[in-house]
Design a protein around this ligand. Structure first.
Ligand code: CA
Length: 230
């Protein structure tokens, strides 16, 4: 699964619960720790994609947690959003090189927090949320470069893979041969339009190896589209 994992490290239960609720609603996998030592243990268990870390924590301070994470190669670049309480540490943290990627002063709005999380995710792991494209019974894994249909492995050549990836970004949309040439082969390469037909044929054959339904729709004189019933 490629669901991004966010670890919340916060000793105020009400705030922690509120964040957990909102992050889960947004589709993140969420872990919670209420002190610095537990936080480090949780990171050992499962490496988060992002940590929300309170500055003042029991046992180990937020700053110490960052120091320890930054001293290990596995976590030296783990994205961290630091939380500070207004008037207490926020002035200090602003002028301090804490090693955090971003920080927010309490109280903050959840909308703002979610926007910051998305920004950090985009910066550090571009495309993380979209490692896998799904449409109907087809799953395309961009990282592993694998395609499955109805749970069975589909073996595709590099061009067929790119074609399918392009279709899956906009399922149902009809693409002309010229649009597919531009998207898959590049506009600076001269390829005959009928080359597209050849590769579409190969893609179709591969996708139908264990399946009767043809997911590629031919639109007469217009082009092709990917259509899979849900
Ligand atoms: Ca605290």
């Amino acid at each position: 699964m490629s669901t991004p994992y966010v670890l919340i490290v916060e000793d105020e239960d009400a705030l922690s619960t509120l964040m957990q609720y909102n992050f889960e609603k947004e589709g993140y996998q969420v872990g919670v720790a209420s002190d610095g030592e537990t936080a480090l243990a949780k990171v050992e268990e499962q490496q988060p994609d992002l940590m929300i870390l309170d500055w003042m924590l029991p046992k180990l301070s937020g700053l110490e947690v960052i120091r320890r994470l930054r001293s290990k190669p596995e976590t030296e670049s783990l994205p961290i959003i630091m939380l500070t309480a207004r008037g207490e540490e926020s002035d200090r943290i602003q002028g301090l090189d804490t090693g955090a990627d971003d920080y927010m002063t309490k109280p903050f709005s959840m909308t703002e927090m979610l926007a910051r999380i998305r920004a950090v995710m985009r910066r550090v792991r571009p495309g993380l949320a979209e490692d896998k494209l799904r449409h109907g019974d087809i799953v395309l894994d961009r990282v592993a470069h694998k395609v499955k249909r109805d749970g069975k492995d589909i073996h595709l050549g590099p061009t067929e893979f790119k074609l399918l990836e392009h279709f899956m970004q906009n399922p149902g949309r009809v693409y002309s041969r010229e649009q597919l040439l531009d998207a898959v082969w590049g506009s600076d390469v001269y390829v005959e339009a009928r080359t597209v037909d050849v590769h579409i044929g190969r893609l179709r054959k591969a996708l139908m190896e264990y399946h009767d339904h043809d997911p590629i729709r031919t639109v007469r004189s217009a082009g092709y589209a990917l259509d899979v019933e849900d």
